[in-house]
Design a protein around this ligand. Structure first.
Ligand SMILES: [Zn+2]
Ligand SMILES: [Zn+2]
Ligand SMILES: [Zn+2]
Length: 438
């Protein structure tokens, strides 16, 4: 099944331009209303994440039951023969290799995506329909800014590419591959579902043309492997189009650490200059004997460390151990931070994820209920993080037979998604169906 695309807006409403201090960018030539589709971009190439195999079509990413298996490797799944045929030039890079390597077949998703880019470039050297404004070859690589650690990671990826893909591909020399991996690292997209679960990685060249702001005026959503860009604010002619590259929950310093590390720039948006939301994001408990500035600073450092520790622990610790890290850190931080503090919210969100994984619905709901209000305050008005939290809450309430609260939460999710995803998005039809079924 091909995901049905929303009707394309008339061309000419947007133009690439040289954005002062930001390199190239995209700007509006006319007015766009809230929720209006600016443009869509089919994936130049995409790869479904390994853990979603069987639940989504490897070709078009459609989510459905009863997909058919690739008869050779029995690891790729498709809607039908058309999807399978269309994906074969990409899947054949992995099909026989997965059989040959067995359990030891484990290239990273970046390596898988990069192999597909190389195959696509060879099969389709001319400009594609995904490259109206920006071609993959023109991607920024920031090669001169890579430190030794980043260069080493790229060399590991190149080694894995040779190891797992050499049977079906010829590779350009090392220097060319270093540039390509560097380009993928700062121009690649991850595709998520309506609850923000990771579905895969993809290249959307025209979408990559947009610059970043922490107060973005558009949001990117996905319909299968099609990226869609919609206005989440009214946009006037001449205005630059900004999307957000990062999670906007965190305070200015953390956001810019992340932007520098992954994209090599500092943001100069209004939010980064005024730091307006930082105080609320770092809310301190109001005690008779308030903590000293030093104690607060120590706790922020502790919070950043525990977030990093948890990120690593996810790969090898058991759910019970993970939940323990969350609870201990929440206890410790709770002596200084309010529940609405973003570091508290971060750990509650992780704890909620573990509860969902363990199918502890009551536990997940308790965390979700604490998260949603402060989330709505910290994030911009139209945020996929807020929508997905309402959605998770709504589905939990429904599962726990609290229909009144469930309906309310699902409607909150729909209200945001109608702007961000478009009223006709299949995710919205599914949620409306859930409302009817209950
Ligand atoms: Zn399909
Ligand atoms: Zn196969
Ligand atoms: Zn900013």
């Amino acid at each position: 099944m091909r995901a049905e695309a929303a009707p394309q807006p008339p061309p000419g409403g947007l133009e690439p331009f040289a954005s002062a201090g930001r390199g190239r960018g995209l700007r509006a030539r006319r007015r766009y209303a809230l929720g209006e589709l600016l443009f869509s971009c089919p994936a130049y190439t995409a790869v479904l994440t390994v853990s979603e195999r069987g639940g989504h079509c490897d070709g078009c990413f459609a989510r459905k039951e009863g997909l058919s298996k690739c008869g050779r490797c029995k690891q790729a799944f498709y809607c039908n023969v058309e999807c399978q045929k269309e994906d074969w030039p990409m899947h054949k890079l992995e099909c026989s290799a997965m059989c040959a390597f067995g359990q030891s077949w484990n290239p990273s998703e970046t390596v898988r995506l990069t192999a597909r880019i190389l195959a696509k470039q060879k099969a389709h050297p001319e400009r594609t329909e995904s490259e109206k404004w920006l071609a993959v070859k023109e991607f920024e690589s920031h090669l001169d800014k890579l430190d030794n650690e980043k260069r080493e990671l790229i060399q590991n990826d190149i080694a894995a590419l040779h190891h797992f893909y050499s049977k079906h591909m010829e590779f350009p020399d090392n220097a060319v591959l270093v540039v390509l991996f560097a380009q993928v690292n700062c121009n690649g997209f991850t595709i998520e579902d309506e609850e923000l679960s990771h579905l895969g990685s993809a290249i959307f060249p025209d979408v990559a043309l947009m610059n970043h702001s922490c107060c973005p005026n558009v949001i990117v959503t996905y319909r299968g492997t099609l990226a869609e860009v919609r206005a989440v604010k009214e946009i006037e002619p001449g205005e630059e189009i900004f999307t957000s590259y990062i999670d906007l929950l965190y305070p200015t310093e953390d956001r810019n650490d992340r932007l520098r590390d992954s994209y090599f720039f500092n943001c100069d948006c209004r939010e980064c200059i005024t730091k307006e939301k930082d105080k609320e994001k770092l809310e301190i408990r109001k005690l008779n004997d308030p903590p000293s500035a030093e104690a607060v600073w120590d706790m922020i450092k502790y919070a950043r460390n525990v977030i990093e520790e948890f990120r690593r622990a996810k790969h090898y610790k058991s759910p019970t151990e993970l939940l323990e890290i969350c609870e201990l850190s929440l206890d410790k931080m709770g002596a200084v931070f309010e529940d609405s503090n973003v570091y508290m919210l971060h750990m509650m969100y992780q704890a909620m994820g573990v509860c969902l994984y363990m199918q502890d619905w009551e536990g997940a709901l308790r965390y979700g209920q604490k998260i949603i209000r402060p989330y709505s305050k910290h994030y911009p008005s139209y945020s996929l993080n807020v929508a997905s939290m309402w959605l998770k809450l709504g589905r939990l309430y429904m599962a726990l037979e609290n229909r009144t609260a469930g309906v309310k939460a699902l409607k909150r999710a729909i209200a945001i998604m109608e702007v961000a995803h478009g009223k006709d998005h299949p995710y919205i039809s599914e949620i409306k169906q859930e409302l009817e079924d209950h």
